[in-house]
Design a protein around this ligand. Structure first.
Ligand code: NAP
Length: 533
């Protein structure tokens, strides 16, 4: 069977987006889901303008459908190669009519000049037999299987591929569901070893990497939507993100994978920051969101040197200390790792903490600005009373960092015992979160929130009442979505100098970028990128 991608080798209808520059043959297909032919035709033009390679026309989304007339219009008007899908309810689609009529429509699409048709495994054998001898040379039949519950074992997936192949399919499509991000590894394994063209995608947020990294592992196509949320299967990214965020055309077998590990993680701006920097430095890497439930299982599954580095956020920073082969002494004393780098020689994992550097230098800058201090040799934190809210990964980093700079540290936390524990480690005092409101032993203190209180979507929340903020000269919030949290806004109104979590984010990212790439961080570019969001 011909495994080459016909759109690229024969130049059927090239995308016109400088495809000759692409480093992978994986096609980008825009799903067209609309209830009228007019809207479908309009969306096809948008798909072309977005530099898609082809469109998947979901006939089951149409309200009124006159097959002979409408198929002719759709094929004639489409500026891109067409894939026709008429998905029945029993396979997760919207068509609930007669089966014979449905398959007749697919055959008609084929006869009228479709480039691809998609037929479900359950009916593929009969269908392919029925078109035997009538199939035009250019058309490719995709035989698909959808599993909306889970992702089977590698062995079961291998058997499924063989079963699909035995129907006479030109292209195998397997879409499964990610219960855990490690499920995707099995689809990568099947994709990379496939002897036939294969579309292997894993649905759901935990499956997102399957839709991006299929370009690295040799998948035949991926789906990119015209708009966020207008999807034909759960977890599809937009075509804009595939191009602009992930540099999809530039991914290849030797592209190194980096990512932000967290739960939740979809809000993180790290992929925007690193991917843009990778692109301008010509660095062959991609940075993705990694929604991880179990860190140890994730690191054991994705253990090849291709998965070269990770940023760690809530709730995995403490677990990361135990998962690394070696941990930097400062990260060890903080008890939190937010940066994991895999050695490219022996695959070992090294853990670092870059949070405390980013946060402390941003707070020092805030103090210098407030008190007009020009000296950069001594820390303006020395002698200050430094109140940290939170005792998790970021709390530990801030408390440890402030102590290093000579501040007197007080830790306030929802769970008092954790505050006490951290205070004991850094030689400070502990408070419960409830006691913070009436804690004001002196004026001009520094406050740092390191909990997620006030983070999107709960932007109306704050860890401290407004009237307690007047005792602080500088107030910092580790939360950076939104950039100005309710706490920061109220602190500014109370007369404090405020420092956004964005400053910490940029500072810690400089450090991580240099560890990931061995290149100096493009500091000005990081600032420009972050100012866009
Ligand atoms: P973490 O290790 O899970 O710690 C979370 C801390 O927040 C714990 O002290 C926890 O208290 C407290 N907390 C959580 N929800 C709370 C609530 N509803 N009420 C009161 N306290 C609550 O998380 P982390 O890694 O330290 O991250 C914390 C925050 O910092 C996140 O918003 C993260 O996005 C932000 N952050 C920002 C940057 C940046 O670059 N700007 C870097 C790192 C982190 P208990 O001990 O009682 O559970």
């Amino acid at each position: 069977m011909d495994t080459a991608n016909p759109l690229l080798v024969s130049g059927l209808k090239m995308a016109g987006d400088g495809s000759e520059m692409r480093k992978n043959p994986t096609l980008i297909c825009v799903p067209i889901m609309a209830d009228s032919i007019d809207k479908m035709v309009a969306d096809m033009a948008k798909a072309k303008a977005s530099n898609a390679d082809l469109v998947e026309i979901r006939l089951d989304s149409l309200k009124n459908f006159n097959p002979f007339e409408d198929l002719k219009v759709l094929i004639k008007e489409c500026p891109l190669p067409t894939l026709f899908t008429y998905r029945p309810v029993w396979e997760g689609g919207m068509y609930d009519g007669d089966e014979k009529e449905r398959l007749d429509v697919l055959q008609l699409a084929m006869e009228l000049g479709a480039d691809y048709i998609d037929v479900e495994l359950k009916v593929a054998h009969e269908f392919i037999k029925s078109i035997n001898g009538k199939k035009p040379e250019k058309i490719k039949v995709i035989v698909s299987s959808h599993n909306y519950q889970n992702t089977p074992s590698v062995e079961a997936l291998g058997n499924l591929v063989a079963k699909i192949q035995s129907t006479g399919a030109d292209i195998v499509k397997i879409a499964t569901t990610a219960v855990d991000i490690t499920d995707v590894a099995r689809i990568f394994q099947i994709t990379v070893h496939s002897q036939v063209p294969i579309i292997g995608l894993v649905m759901g947020e935990r499956g997102l990497i399957s839709r991006i990294l299929c370009a690295k592992f040799g998948g035949y196509l991926t789906f990119g939507t015209l708009e966020p949320g207008v999807i034909s299967a759960p977890g599809q990214p937009t075509i804009k993100d595939l191009f602009d965020l992930y540099n999809f055309r530039q991914l290849g077998p030797d592209t190194k994978v980096y990512g932000i590990i967290g739960k939740p993680v979809g809000h993180s701006k790290s992929p925007m920051l690193y991917n843009e920097a990778f692109k301008s430095a010509g660095f062959n890497g991609v940075f993705v969101h990694l929604l991880v439930d179990d860190l140890a299982k994730f690191l054991q599954t994705y253990s090849s040197i291709d998965f070269a580095g990770f940023s760690c956020t809530i709730p995995h920073k403490e677990a990361a200390v135990k998962c690394c082969d070696e941990v930097d002494p400062i990260a060890k004393s903080i008890g939190a790792v937010n940066c994991i780098v895999r050695s490219q020689s022996d695959g070992k994992l090294f853990g670092y903490n870059t949070d405390y550097i980013g946060a402390i230098s941003a707070i020092e800058d805030g103090l210098r600005a407030r008190y007009n201090i020009s000296s950069i040799t001594s820390s303006p934190l020395a002698g200050k009373l430094f109140v940290v809210i939170g005792a998790g990964g970021a709390g530990k980093a801030l408390a440890y960092g402030a102590k290093q700079k000579g501040a007197r540290v007080v830790v306030a936390n929802r769970t008092y015992e954790r505050a006490r524990e951290l205070a004991d480690v850094v030689g400070g005092d502990a408070l419960s979160l409830d006691d913070l409101a009436c804690f004001h032993p002196e004026e001009g203190m520094v406050l740092a929130n390191t909990t997620s209180i006030g983070m999107q979507p709960k932007i109306d929340e704050t860890p401290i009442p407004k009237n307690a903020l007047k005792y602080y000269s500088v107030v910092f919030d580790a939360v950076y979505t939104p950039k100005i949290t309710r706490m920061l806004q109220e602190a500014e109104e109370a007369g404090a100098t405020i420092v956004s979590g964005l400053e910490m984010f940029i500072g810690q990212a400089y450090e991580q970028y240099e560890r990931f790439t061995g290149l100096p961080a493009p500091k000005e570019q990081f600032r420009r990128t972050m100012s866009k969001y």
